[in-house]
Design a protein around this ligand. Structure first.
Ligand code: NAD
Length: 676
């Protein structure tokens, strides 16, 4: 007690996850405050944050009293007002708990949000009812369905947080509470009036983004119902939550949640060996270099950009500045932040500008000789402790680092395009990479807001290697009789963000063409080879950038093109193939079989550490549907005999030169968190 105010502190390190013990403690705390004659109570978190969310480990099992709605009922029955004092994060059940209080006061750097939809269910303790009563239904639909995390300053602007606390949070909360009466959001408030069109527009956008997943539709329905009777809607919300938390989507997404946490670590690696990274440099300001610079600047790190000459440097710096201006124009960035980022960037052509950098990442041309030259020049100017990272997509990092005096300082940091948007970061552990350097890479990934996955050196590491096998299977399906649009449609109806041919057109067919030319001399002459993409490139059809590729883009949209159909027919005739039909399911299962087989090969070789890491890579970097948990999780759910039949069909279609992965053995090693 502080005077007449009871202070209830949630203390469940590291992030105050809302476990059974925490829920029980709050109910008991409220009862004790009542017994002590308190005139108000503050609910506050100890340590890093208020409450980072409910404890997901409890979600696959029957929930034990008191559940979160019981805790909120106890708060609402108290004869005094309760204020939630937020700092760090208040997410999911944590934010719902605070919405069950009468008021919320937050430290300015707090982040709040309801991420439940991204985990396959809906907020289940009043989030869909109390949030719209404070911020309106259209905005509530948007925030809940995007699983958005917003800063407290914005939460204050929209009425979700009542006050921002400068200085001591507890003192501010007590002072705030002294002048308040109970408010009881669900009982006493109704959502503000809004035009129906605004609500419908938010709902339509959310459904589109949510790819029609059932929990998105339910979240929208529940928020709309907040205009009616609160008690009925709260009961409805709880019933939907109870059903959806055990749905296939939710179980898969929970698996992925734990897989992502595991992927950011290596068993036995001492993370405390990680070095501080306070100033970085990027060598090469092309497509990737610019994106990497933007990523570092967004994380608040000063960056030096090096290009090969003044003209190239000026062009890169201009593009980065233009991108920042564009972000401001679109309202994604305020002018002050954009100016601060611009000020944190400097450019140079001379490597002497790098002497104070802790970490340098090269993103120059994908040429071994160019990379080697850059690395040796770096070693000459950097301090012995400074780390050198390469963004190479395919090259052998061991070879790249072999001639350096300190190869242990080199690792791969493989970003995906666009680097500031894509979540995945492959952290490549080369043969000589030291533990401290690896730990630094993993810690840096988190600082940059990326999802790290550790890979060993090997052609295409994890993601690109699997993707190459998938694309090859897609091309063979076309050679054997499917149309590119049928293959793309099968992939998107499975849930991929885009089909393989639409992706090729977007990224440009010439990159893979150059690689095939490089590999021509070493290719197994007996292996089946699909000439169609070569013919497309020879005809100048390099994808979207030339207006034509697998599709024609003259109308602005991807349209099938008779010229491509003729090229495909000619390739079939040339290879002596008689076209046959493939149904959607066969196409999907063959694409999946190719992914699963290649994943098993690279796991067998030790390129990836764990099966779940492959799932993390494919869902975070390659548009694999998250709600399916990833390709190996998907395979694990399948009937094993049916999967084996798919793998046999794959082996037959790929023909000579194929590699067969130990799929059964790999799937037996998958760890699925205990459910039910
Ligand atoms: P890019 O051609 O757009 O850019 C390369 C830049 O490096 C150019 O601006 C060039 O002027 C500069 N450069 C070349 N030699 C240099 C040197 N010695 N010193 C300083 N600057 C130099 O290429 P990109 O697409 O940005 O690819 C860069 C690297 O990133 C490659 O290794 C590539 O494999 C890898 N990568 C590319 C992608 C992608 O989608 N484009 C994705 C992941 C990784």
């Amino acid at each position: 007690m502080q005077g007449e105010i009871a202070v209830l502190t949630i203390d469940n390190p590291p992030v105050n996850a809302g476990s059974h013990a925490v829920r029980k403690g709050i109910v008991e705390g409220i009862q004790a405050a009542h017994a002590a004659g308190a005139s108000g109570a503050v609910l506050i978190g100890a340590g890093r944050c208020f409450v980072a969310g409910s404890d997901l480990r409890e979600f696959g099992k029957p929930l034990v009293w008191p559940e979160l709605p019981d805790v909120i009922a106890a708060l609402e029955q108290a004869p005094f007002p309760v204020v939630a004092a937020l700092h760090g994060v208040a997410l999911g059940g944590g934010l719902e708990l605070s919405l069950g209080c009468d008021y919320r006061i937050a430290a300015p750097d707090t982040e709040v949000g309801l991420p439940e939809v991204s985990l396959g269910f809906v907020p289940g303790a009043g989030g869909t009812q109390r949030l719209p009563r404070l911020v309106g239904r259209a905005l509530a639909i948007d925030l809940i369905c995007r699983a958005a995390r917003i800063p407290a300053t914005r939460a204050h602007d929209i009425g979700l947080v009542d006050a921002l606390a400068e200085g001591d949070l507890l003192e501010a909360a007590i002072a705030f509470l002294k002048e308040r009466r109970p408010k009881r959001i669900a009982r006493n408030l109704t959502p503000p009036n809004e035009p129906d069109e605004a609500i419908e527009a938010a709902a339509a956008a959310a459904l589109r983004r949510g790819k029609g997943r059932p929990n998105v539709a339910e979240a929208i329905r529940l928020v709309k119902a907040s205009a009616g009777d609160a008690q009925a809607a709260l009961a409805d919300e709880r019933a939907v939550f109870q059903k959806l938390r055990l749905s296939a989507d939710a179980v898969a997404l929970r698996y992925l949640f734990f897989a992502e946490r595991k992927a950011a670590s290596i068993d036995g690696l001492d993370m405390s060996a990680a070095r501080a990274v306070t100033s970085v440099a990027v060598i090469g300001g092309g497509t990737m270099g610019q994106g990497i610079v933007r990523t570092f600047l967004a994380a608040g790190l000063p960056v030096v950009l090096i290009e090969r000459d003044e003209a190239a440097l000026a062009a890169s710096m201009e593009k980065i500045a233009a991108n920042l201006a564009e972000q401001v124009r679109k309202g994604r960035l305020d002018t002050e932040t954009a100016d601060a980022r611009k000020a944190a960037l400097s450019g140079a052509v001379d490597y002497s500008a790098l002497s104070g950098c802790d970490l340098v990442i090269e993103a120059v041309f994908e040429e071994m000789s160019v990379k080697k030259d850059v690395l040796s020049r770096l070693e000459a100017v950097l301090s012995p402790e400074a780390i050198i990272a390469t963004n190479t997509s395919y090259l052998d990092i061991d070879e790249m680092a072999a001639e350096l005096a300190r190869p242990e300082r080199v690792l791969g940091l493989h970003f995906f395009s666009p680097a500031d948007i894509m979540k995945l970061l492959e952290v490549v552990r080369a043969g000589a990479t030291s533990d401290a350097v690896l730990a630094t890479g993993l810690k840096l990934a988190r600082k940059l807001g990326k999802q790290p996955v550790v890979a060993r050196v090997g052609e295409g590491f994890i993601g690109n290697r699997i993707y190459a096998a998938y694309r090859r299977r897609a091309e063979l399906l076309v050679l054997d009789g499917a149309s590119p649009q049928a293959v793309d449609a099968a992939a998107t109806s499975f849930g991929f963000a885009m089909g393989p041919f639409a992706v090729s057109d977007m990224s440009g067919l010439d990159i893979a063409w150059a690689m095939r030319k490089r590999q021509a001399a070493t290719r197994d002459p007996k292996a089946r080879y699909v000439t169609i993409p070569d013919r497309l490139c020879e005809a100048g059809r390099l994808g979207r950038k030339t207006g034509k590729g697998w599709y024609d883009y003259a109308s602005g949209k991807a349209q099938p093109d008779p010229e491509v159909a003729d090229l495909i027919e000619a390739a079939r005739a040339e290879s002596g193939v008689t076209a046959r039909g493939f149904d959607t399911q066969t196409i999907q299962r063959q694409l999946l079989a190719a992914i699963v087989n290649e994943a098993a090969c690279l796991l067998d070789e030790g390129v990836a550490q764990r099966a779940s890491d492959v799932d993390v890579a494919l869902t975070n970097g390659y548009g694999f549907p998250r709600w399916r948990g990833g390709p190996l999780y998907w395979a694990y759910q399948q009937d094993r005999a049916a999967l084996r039949a798919d793998l046999d069909a794959l082996a037959e279609a790929v023909g000579p030169g194929r590699r067969t992965g130990p799929v059964d053995r790999i799937l037996d090693q998958i760890e699925i968190p205990q459910e039910g």
